[in-house]
Design a protein around this ligand. Structure first.
Ligand code: SAH
Ligand code: SF4
Length: 374
């Protein structure tokens, strides 16, 4: 009997923000009366939510589209589905995408699913008792290697009350843990007016000397929600982690894991990456955090083989890792991204050398991490 519902299937690549976007894309389909398909061959539309942070992530998408559109006949009987590409790869000019992916049926920006703010849409989650909660879109930082500001546009905070309502609603539905998502959560609401922040302090009975930063205020208000057990957040950057955010991180429900990408331990590389801090400032910051919150664990992101990174500069990153005592590190080999500032530098560290540097850090940080963290 033919299925009376239209069905969608979503495949997600990349970061947690993409996971959260996919949950909202699912919500958008469900609101139209569609149902989830268990596999692509049961679907009318297959949506691929793409990542562009590194070339390898894009290559995987190219492979998937090819497999979906030209599978061996005996393998998938139905290939009538429409393949729709969305997410960060759509930062490439459409003509280039069509040339690279001639088999894809449609290219659709996330905003074309939802209109201007994707965050208003109801998410469909299949994640047990934990929920991703985006608190902002985009990024204003323009780190030289990074495609995110081009792919996701400028920073835009989600309204404060909307986040609180969503979390309260999640708790009512049985969720116990939330992870707040943004490219740099420290700067959430940085442009809120003083009077708006004051009105929030009054509304939520927060003492004015506890906090001035909207993100710290958000943590304080969420910490008061009965039934919520744990609040995590991703990502914080080292240059604007203010004292009142550190104070708010001591709250009982706030996770004792802080993700604080350093990217490099060399000042010259950091400068060329357009990251506004030095290795020493980073070390001082994490020492202060560890002093204030003794049971905190700190994780990081590192890029090896940034253009012109010398052996000596790489060794500064090794030194930093030795001093920092990271609980874990996501180590990436530099991948040139068209359109970014670093794209004009020569990608001159050979792959074999990037891999060697990657292995050294992987061994140093991730092989000795405590067994209880994945
Ligand atoms: N907003 C977050 C996440 C950015 S993307 C942040 O500021 O940290 C996630 C990680 O991908 C980055 O931290 C970086 O380590 C890595 N990354 C980004 N662009 C890259 C590139 N061109 N090549 C290799 N790794 C990259
Ligand atoms: Fe990319 Fe830097 Fe923005 Fe993170 S802060 S998303 S690394 S530009």
């Amino acid at each position: 009997m033919p299925d009376k519902f239209k069905r969608y299937y979503i495949r997600t690549y990349g970061c947690q923000m993409n996971e959260a976007d996919s949950e909202r894309i699912a919500g958008w389909y469900e609101a139209k009366g569609w149902k989830a398909a268990k596999s692509p061959e049961e679907a009318d539309e297959v949506i691929i939510n793409t990542c562009s942070v590194r070339q390898t992530a894009e290559d995987r998408v190219l492979g998937l589209v090819k497999n979906l559109k030209t599978p061996p006949k005996y393998y998938i009987p139905n290939t009538k589905y429409k393949v729709i590409l969305t997410g960060c790869m759509l930062y490439h000019p459409l003509a280039d995408l069509k040339k690279k992916l001639p088999l894809a049926d449609e290219f659709k920006k996330i905003s074309e699913f939802f209109g201007n703010s994707q965050l208003d849409n109801l998410a469909i989650r299949n994640s047990g008792s934990h929920a991703w909660v985006p608190i902002m879109e985009g990024c204003n930082n323009f780190c030289a290697y990074c495609v995110v500001p081009y792919a996701r546009g400028r920073e835009k905070p989600r309204p404060f009350e909307e986040i609180i309502c969503e979390v309260k609603e999640l708790v009512k539905r049985g969720y116990k843990e939330v992870t707040l998502l943004g490219q740099n959560v420290n700067s959430y609401g940085r442009d809120f007016s003083v009077s708006y922040v004051k009105s929030l302090l009054l509304l939520y009975h927060i003492l004015i000397y506890d906090t001035q930063t909207p993100f710290a205020l958000l943590l304080r208000v969420l910490n008061k929600i009965g039934g919520l057990r744990k609040i995590s957040f991703l990502t914080s950057n080292p240059w604007d982690l203010s004292d009142d955010i550190i104070e708010a991180m001591k709250l009982s429900k706030v996770d004792r894991y802080l993700h604080l990408p350093v990217q490099s331990g060399d000042d010259e590389v950091l400068r060329r990456m357009n990251r506004p801090y030095t290795a020493l400032q980073y070390i001082k910051l994490i020492k202060r955090i560890k002093k204030e919150i003794p049971d905190i664990e700190i994780g990081t992101d590192i890029i090896v083989g940034f253009p012109e990174e010398t052996e000596e500069q790489f060794k500064h990153t090794v030194d930093l890792c030795e001093r920092a005592g990271f609980a874990k590190a996501y180590i990436a080999m530099y991948s040139p991204r068209p359109g970014t500032a670093a794209y004009k530098f020569k990608d001159d560290v050979p792959y074999s050398e990037k891999k060697r540097r990657w292995r050294i850090l992987e061994e140093l940080v991730n092989k000795k991490r405590p067994a209880n963290r994945s």
